[in-house]
Design a protein around this ligand. Structure first.
Ligand SMILES: [Fe+2]
Length: 468
C-alpha cells in the first residue's frame, strides 16, 4: 500500500511504536526502572502496572531526546521508576501513553531481605550476529530460571553502526529477556564510539543521573554488587575526569559496603568489569600483561576490601581462576574456594558475537579451568556463606546415554539430581565468602549444603562444562 499526500495518520501511529523495553534494578529492592524508546516524542511517559493482571497503578516518568551521532537519527528514551513494589510479587505492565501502548510484559519484584538466594545469568560479549547463547537464555528466562542478568560489556557489535540501527536491533533481541528480568550492564570497549553515547542512552542503571551507567552498585539478597568501567583507562581522550571520579566513588562504595554492620548483612562483595585483570589467552590484551592497567588500578583495591568474586568478560572464552593476588595463588585451607585468601576471578565472554572465539596460550598456575565453547555462566548466591557457579556450553549437547550417570565420587552435586546436566570439571564444589574486615563469619562447609534446588531448576538438556 502506498500512502498519498496527507495520508499520514496510519504512518504517524506506526511511528509511536513502543518497543525495546527493558527493566533494571533501581538500587532499592522495592523499585524497578522501566526503559523504552519511541521514534516520535509523546506527551507523557507512563507505565500502567499491577497484580493479578490488573493495571491498578500508573506511574509517569520522563523522556530524553537521543540524537544518534552517526546519521543524526532521533529517538526518544523513556524512563519510569516504579516504586512501592510488593516483594516477590509478579506484576504485569505495559508502557507508553494514551497515544499507544507496548505489548504486555511482566516482572517479579525483588525480595526485600538478605536471606534469599538470587539466581543470575552472567556473560559478556553478546552480539547481533552469531549470538550463540541467546536462544537458550531466552528460553531459560521464560522458564523463570533467573532473577537478574549481568551483561559484562560489549553489546551488539556495535550499537553505533548503521546509524544506531544495530543498537536498535540488539535491544529488540534482548527485549525478550530484559522486559521480564532486570538486565544489569557495564560498558565494554565496543561501546566506546562517540564517548559511549549509545550505551549511556539505552540503559538506566542505578546512579544513572551521576554516572550515566558507567559505574554503580546495588544490593541483592546477601550480596553487594559493583559494576564499573575498565574502559576509562583505555580511552583517555574522552577525559581523565572519568577515571578519577570512578576511583573516588569506588573507594567510597567499598568502604561503605565493608562497614561491619553492612558486611554482616551482605557478606558477598562481587564486582563486574569488562576487561579482565588476568587471563591466559593467546593475544596481547591487557590481561596477558604482568603490568596490565586493570591489575594496576584495581587489584590492590579489591584485595584490600576483601572482594569475593570478580566477574569479567572481553576474552571470548571462559576461564576460572584460583584465588589470586599479585600473581600468586591463595587457596583456602579446606578447599581452594572455601574461605579463600584472595579474590576469585571468572572470565565469561563467550556468549557469541561476530568476532567468534579467542584462543588460549600456555596455562598459568593461577588458572584453574578454561574452555573455549560458546556459553554463559549461571550463578546462585545461596546464602551468606555459599555461592555456586556453573558454565553452560552452547557447543556441546549432553549425550542421552550419559544423562543418568551418578555423581562424581565425593562430590554429590547435580548429576545425581539432574538427569540432563553434565559436569566436565570441578575445581572445588563449594564457595564461601572471604572473611570480611572486622567480622568473623560462621562458615558452613559442604556436608551441610544441598544444591538440589539449583539442579532441578537447571534440568533443560544443557551441557555444563564447569561447576564449582
Ligand atoms: Fe571487549
Amino acid at each position: 500500500m502506498t500512502l498519498g499526500a496527507g495520508q499520514k495518520s496510519w504512518d504517524a501511529k506506526l511511528q509511536v511504536r513502543y518497543e525495546i523495553v527493558s527493566s533494571s534494578m533501581a538500587g532499592n529492592p522495592t523499585e524497578m526502572m522501566v526503559t523504552w524508546n519511541t521514534v516520535n516524542s509523546t506527551n507523557i511517559s507512563a507505565v500502567e502496572f499491577g497484580l493479578n493482571g490488573e493495571f491498578s497503578k500508573t506511574t509517569t516518568g520522563y523522556s530524553s531526546k537521543f540524537t544518534e551521532p552517526e546519521e543524526g537519527r532521533v529517538q526518544y528514551i523513556h524512563r519510569v521508576l516504579l516504586s512501592g513494589l510488593k516483594p516477590g510479587k509478579v506484576y504485569t505492565y505495559h508502557c507508553g501513553s494514551p497515544e499507544g501502548w507496548s505489548s504486555l510484559f511482566y516482572f517479579k519484584a525483588q525480595l526485600n531481605t538478605t536471606d534469599w538466594s538470587p539466581r543470575f545469568a552472567v556473560f559478556g560479549d553478546l552480539g547481533n550476529e552469531n549470538a550463540q547463547s541467546l536462544g537458550r537464555l531466552q528460553e531459560e528466562t521464560q522458564k523463570g530460571m533467573y532473577d537478574v542478568f549481568l551483561h559484562i560489556g560489549d553489546f551488539a557489535y556495535n550499537m553505533y553502526e548503521e546509524g544506531g540501527r544495530v543498537g536498535d536491533s540488539f535491544m529488540r533481541q534482548i527485549e525478550t529477556i530484559a522486559a521480564y528480568v532486570p538486565y544489569m550492564t557495564c560498558p565494554g570497549n565496543h561501546e566506546q564510539y562517540y564517548n559511549f553515547t549509545n550505551y549511556k542512552n539505552r540503559f538506566s542503571m542505578p546512579n544513572f543521573n551521576q554516572s550515566e551507567n558507567l559505574w554503580y552498585s546495588w544490593n541483592i539478597g546477601p550480596a553487594h554488587i559493583i559494576s564499573f568501567s575498565t574502559e576509562v583507562y583505555f580511552f583517555p581522550w574522552y577525559g581523565l575526569h572519568a577515571s578519577e571520579n570512578q576511583m573516588a566513588w569506588l573507594q567510597k562504595d567499598l568502604q561503605e559496603a565493608s562497614k561491619p554492620e553492612n558486611r554482616k548483612r551482605r557478606p558477598w562483595i562481587i564486582t563486574m568489569g569488562h576487561r579482565p585483570a588476568y587471563c591466559t589467552n593467546s593475544n596481547h590484551n591487557d590481561c596477558t600483561l604482568e603490568g596490565g592497567l586493570v591489575k594496576r588500578f584495581f587489584e590492590e583495591l579489591f584485595y584490600k576490601y576483601g572482594v569475593d568474586l570478580e566477574l569479567w568478560a572481553h576474552e571470548h572464552t571462559y576461564e576460572r581462576l584460583w584465588p589470586v593476588y599479585g600473581g600468586k595463588v591463595y587457596n583456602g585451607t579446606v578447599r581452594p574456594y572455601t574461605d579463600p585468601k584472595a579474590p576469585v576471578h571468572i572470565i565469561t565472554g563467550s556468549a557469541g558475537n561476530r568476532e567468534r572465539h579467542d584462543g588460549f596460550g600456555p596455562q598459568k598456575e593461577w588458572s584453574a579451568f578454561r574452555n573455549s565453547d560458546y556459553g554463559y555462566t549461571r550463578m546462585v548466591i545461596h546464602n551468606a556463606t555459599h555461592l555456586s557457579l556453573e558454565q553452560v556450553s552452547d557447543d556441546q549437547i549432553q549425550p542421552a546415554a550419559q544423562r543418568k550417570l551418578a555423581s562424581p565420587p565425593g562430590i554429590g552435586l547435580c548429576m545425581s539430581d539432574c538427569s540432563s546436566a553434565m559436569v566436565s570439571d570441578q575445581g572445588g564444589n563449594l564457595w564461601t565468602a572471604l572473611p570480611s574486615l572486622n567480622i568473623n563469619m560462621d562458615l558452613i562447609h559442604g556436608s551441610s549444603h544441598s544444591r538440589r534446588g539449583l539442579c532441578m531448576s537447571s534440568c533443560n538438556g544443557t551441557m555444563v562444562t564447569d561447576q564449582i
